[in-house]
Design a protein around this ligand. Structure first.
Ligand code: PGA
Length: 241
């Protein structure tokens, strides 16, 4: 794991936008897996601006979602599908055949996970994965204690995730389960960038960087990945030794 520090969230977001852009320029058929949430939003806005300004061809790239709230319909602005459509797929004019998301309403969500694993295999795996970090150290919805052996799976959400997750919704939402890429999907991704910004992430970033590697703080597991990066702004890095 390589730690990269940025003065501001804006600088961090620009760096992430550039990483996505450069990856696609180097390999136009790249498979990019994207997190949702407050952390990466600005990076996606900057990515869309750069693509438009520099007329970059992103049409051959494939986009995959990191996770989804089980049972939340795509019409709900708090769903990961809605977020990625609004902030990435529509601005970049990505064709439907190049978008691979979990169907939160699927009758059999376990089959949905198996289908995602098959899709990733047929696309040749994930080239670049952008993830955030939850207040409990989760990555995607890999909550504390989740086995490292998992591929995409359905998971009961931690209490912290259920309550913090309310911020994405205009009305109180029952968030009991999530669908998520598992640690094996993450370990197999060629490059993983974890983003963290703001004072509220300072304690968990200290744990992610300094605690022994274990699934008690899932983000520590990223330190085992051969090409992983923690992109952290000054506030989120403020408690690092
Ligand atoms: P946030 O979510 O970007 O909204 O802070 C991060 C996460 O829970 O992974």
């Amino acid at each position: 794991m390589t730690l990269r520090l940025f003065e501001t969230h804006e600088a961090l977001s620009l760096a992430v936008a550039n990483e996505i852009l450069q990856r696609i320029q180097r390999k136009p058929t790249s498979v990019i897996c994207l997190a949702t949430g407050d952390t990466p939003l600005r990076a996606y806005q900057l990515l869309a601006e750069q693509v438009a300004k520099n007329n970059v061809d992103v049409s051959q790239a494939h986009f995959v979602a990191l996770d989804e709230w089980a049972g939340v319909p795509p019409s709900n602005p708090g769903s990961c599908r809605h977020f990625l459509t609004q902030h990435v797929f529509t601005p970049l004019a990505i064709k439907a055949s190049h978008i691979h998301l979990f169907d939160a309403l699927a009758a059999d969500i376990r089959r949905e996970c198996a289908a995602m694993n098959d899709t990733l295999k047929s696309l040749g795996g994930i080239d670049l994965m952008i993830v955030g970090i939850g207040m409990n150290g989760h990555v995607g919805f890999n909550e504390p204690g989740v086995p490292e052996s998992n591929y995409a799976h359905v998971i009961d959400l931690d209490e912290i995730t259920q309550s913090v997750g309310q911020k994405y919704f205009s009305q109180p939402m029952k968030l009991s389960q999530g669908i998520t890429m598992g640690w094996q999907n993450i370990f197999e991704a060629r490059t993983v960038i974890l983003m963290a910004n703001g004072q509220k992430k300072a304690d968990i970033m200290k744990r992610a960087v300094e605690e022994p590697i274990s699934n008690a703080c899932p983000a520590t597991l990223l330190r085992k990945h051969a090409d992983s990066y923690f992109f952290v702004d000054a506030l989120a890095a403020s408690k690092l030794a």
